[in-house]
Design a protein around this ligand. Sequence first.
Ligand code: ZN
Length: 339
Amino acid sequence: MDEVVPQKPLPVQDWDEIIGHAQERDRLVRAGGFPSLLFSGPQGLGKRLVAAWFGAHSNCQQPPAERPWSCHCRNCLLVMRNQHPDVFWMERAPGKLSLGVGEARELIHQLYLRPYQARARVCIISEAERLTEEAQSALLKTLEEPPDSNLLILITSQESKLLPTVQSRCRIHRFRPVEDPVLLEWLQARGCPLEAAARYAALAQGCPGQALQFWEQPALWEALEQLLDALQEIPGSSLGRCLELAARSEAIKVPGLEGRAQLEWILSSAQAYFRDALLVGSGATHVVHQHRRPQLEKLAEQPAKLQPWLVWLREARDYCTANVNTRLLLQDLFLKLRR
Ligand SMILES: [Zn+2]
């Protein structure tokens, strides 16, 4: 399998584990059941949790009148454990990277069956950007007019990959990053020391899921540091050393990612790092990799090089979607960055 991404939220104990998104949740409750919703925003923001919560809220036995919307009725508990039969997730088949027309048709078929018990059956498509165009087209009619008592929630971190006709049939909820102080406090409440929490919060850019990953999986933090050390060393390195750095970066073990997904991680991490160097060079006081400020200042000493670096990285990311040889792509990229 190429990528191990959880498609459902982890089981939670209470809805108050959702941080941020108060406005969006208010808006969802106020606006009620527009049949098709699209949740958009970066990965790790908590969109899946909010979708599960809204599925529970729509079926809650005693819906709380206001925030924090905490409830432990039977229905809410079943949704928290991912066991409610009428709040279900459209999932990728094991080993598959896309959601095809077969899965879409199966979903439509299910929606026309009677719900088990629910007032509102909620179907959540958690990586909607992975729907093939054919699958998206197959869903159009259902998105526009789902069978009675059904609500569809599409979740995506790449809204632009959805057809305009899909977007226009959904009410769009754009999720905003969680503010740094809130994220910081939340991490500390999970036992993370302040200094580390500040680092992770900055790196996560308002995405609690990503910040938590850094804290709970030290290997992810180590992987990132290894990569950034390698990138730092590239400019001006010898040819041999540069190829060594490419090989070393290719071999970095990133928890939960393999193959193309790992390559994508390398390239997007490098983009974020060099973008920071550019910002430091233009006098920014706060950047994502604040903990590597001295190193960033060193990179910023050659500002004329940074713009082309970012262009090459963007090009490399474009190639990345094609079936490309990781080693060759990294070697080629690193050799350009060396000059
Ligand atoms: Zn409830």
